[in-house]
Write a protein that binds this ligand. Structure first.
Ligand code: IPM
Ligand code: MG
Length: 358
């Protein structure tokens, strides 16, 4: 198949990790006769430096014309002094909104080779943990009105949700749960927030359409606790933008390393935005030590969800597993007895393994 993929390397370690994911995609293309055309664009600080804004209209238009978008990471100390409206993160938020990718899938699975890196008690870490956090991505307090009083001493951020926004996200959650282990946990703060009461009402109303899915509700504080006490109870979790941001970092810690975690952001069609959930890691940028596996696994999600190439997606995931099985580790996941490799070498190892598997 032919596909156009916009790449947005972004800032600091972004270009290093995206280059490795492109190696993986090239290996897939070479073995399976696909042709992927890459359209590299700037996002975040890189875009501020080049064009004065974190996301240009041209870049957004290119993303909306592509089959999929692969992103690295944005932001960092270089742009900390930039005013709020033009910060690198604003470019990412505008991109998510502009692409209409309202459903953010963040899978959390403990890679058995990295079980030692899981901070939970060994008997909990040994259980089968396989969770998908589905985070609403284009609403909530992230996109509400903000204000600061004239004297600068008080501020407001508005949280807002419509039933339509909740429903379209919940529908993906119900469908996903149906295709997995049939359990959907909806996370809110309905004992305090009006948005959460609307959230709970809407999800509960939809449950009638999915009699085969077991729906539960948890308050977000309790959900945060349950995730570390009994993570194996969860299958699919749906939640709002802010709660999902927080819970997905918690789930990444459970999985052992932020560097391993991929994500897919989807809207109504097949076009999606794929990015690792970690940040731009300014402290290790340019040293060839970053872990590219989160981005490579995001490329696997791109193959699966946007290009519908399931066999190729599974091969990328299997290649990552076998490179880990062979004992290769970047610095963040290294442990005694393993072979330490750099970012580019990890990318080469995975690409070679993909070629062997396909
Ligand atoms: C994430 C990040 C972003 C978010 C930041 C960089 C704006 O933390 O993707 O989880 O809060 O969504
Ligand atoms: Mg986050």
């Amino acid at each position: 198949m032919q596909a156009t993929i916009v790449t947005l390397p972004g800032d600091y370690i972004g270009p290093e990790i995206v280059a490795q994911a492109v190696k993986a995609l090239d290996a897939v293309a070479a073995r399976c006769g696909h042709s992927f055309a890459y359209d590299e664009r700037k996002l975040g600080g890189a875009s501020i430096d080049a064009f004065g804004v974190p996301l240009t209209d041209e870049t957004l238009a290119a993303c909306n014309a592509a089959d999929a978008v692969l992103m690295g990471s944005v932001g960092g100390p270089k742009w900390d002094a930039v005013e709020a409206a033009r910060r690198p993160e604003k470019g990412l938020l505008a991109l998510r909104k502009g692409m209409g990718v309202y459903a953010n899938l963040r899978p959390c699975r403990i890679h058995r080779q990295l079980a030692a890196a899981c901070p939970l008690r060994a008997d909990i870490a040994a259980q089968d943990i396989d969770i998908v956090i589905l985070r609403e991505l284009t609403g909530d307090i992230y996109f509400g009105r903000r204000s600061r009083s004239e004297d600068g001493q008080s501020a407001t951020d508005e949280m807002a949700y419509s039933a339509m926004e909740i429903e379209r996200l919940a529908r993906i959650g119900f469908e996903l749960a149906r295709a997995r282990r049939g359990k959907l946990c909806s996370v809110d703060k309905a004992n305090v927030l009006e948005c959460s009461r609307l959230w709970r009402e809407t999800v509960t109303r939809m449950a009638g359409e999915y009699p085969d899915v077991e729906l539960t509700h948890l308050y977000v504080d309790n959900a945060a606790m349950q995730l570390i006490l009994r993570p194996q109870q969860f299958d699919v979790m749906i939640t709002g933008n802010l709660f999902g941001d927080i819970l997905s970092d918690e789930s990444a810690a459970i999985a052992g390393s932020l560097g391993m975690m991929p994500s897919a952001s989807l809207g109504d069609g097949t076009r999606g935005l794929y990015e690792p959930i970690h940040g731009s890691a300014p402290d290790i940028a340019g040293q060839d030590v970053a872990n590219p596996l989160g981005t490579i696994l995001s490329a696997a999600l791109l193959l699966r969800h946007s290009l519908k190439l399931e066999r190729e997606a599974a091969a990328v995931e299997a290649a990552v597993q076998s490179v880990l099985d062979a004992g290769y580790r970047t610095a963040d996941i290294w442990s005694e007895g393993c072979t330490r490799v750099g970012c580019a070498q990890m990318g080469d190892l995975v690409a070679a393994q993909i070629e062997a598997l396909l």
